[in-house]
Design a protein around this ligand. Sequence first.
Ligand SMILES: [Zn+2]
Length: 172
Amino acid sequence: MPVHDVLRRKLNLKRQKAFCKKLMQQQIDAGGRVLFEHPSPSCYWDDPDFGRWCDELYSFVMHMCCFDLHVPAHGDKPKRLIRKSTCLLCTHADMCSLRQKCPGASHPDHREHRQVSGSEPTIGQVSTHAGRYTPEFVRAVLDTAPRFCNPSDACNVPLMIASCPIKRCLRL
Ligand SMILES: [Zn+2]
């Protein structure tokens, strides 16, 4: 990759990180809810501010296969779950219901997982496919938001932040 592309990517990452941190701090200062997600192995978790929030708030690793992230069946290949280890950072204890871990080989659907690499005829690049939220994960996130659980608590506006791209930042 050319040097100028590497520098451009680094600059974009720095801007995205600053944007996420600004939004998170605003929401926390307002007493609202924040959910930040990013893959477990990520430079975000080495950032001092995220490190501090991980100590002060609720952070944990979960697996997206528990929310039906998968490659669909194709030809003679069956549906294959994608484990995708993801770290979540949440402001409220009741959001820890999202802490779902892969049951592993003891469960027949989780004996093997599709790696997040390469491509598949039905979905294209597996990494792009795995970057989307499944309906099951979105439902589970919404279920943690009091606004959707309890209509009388509509003043507590939740904020969900995915680190990139910016369009994945949702104010609900
Ligand atoms: Zn699994």
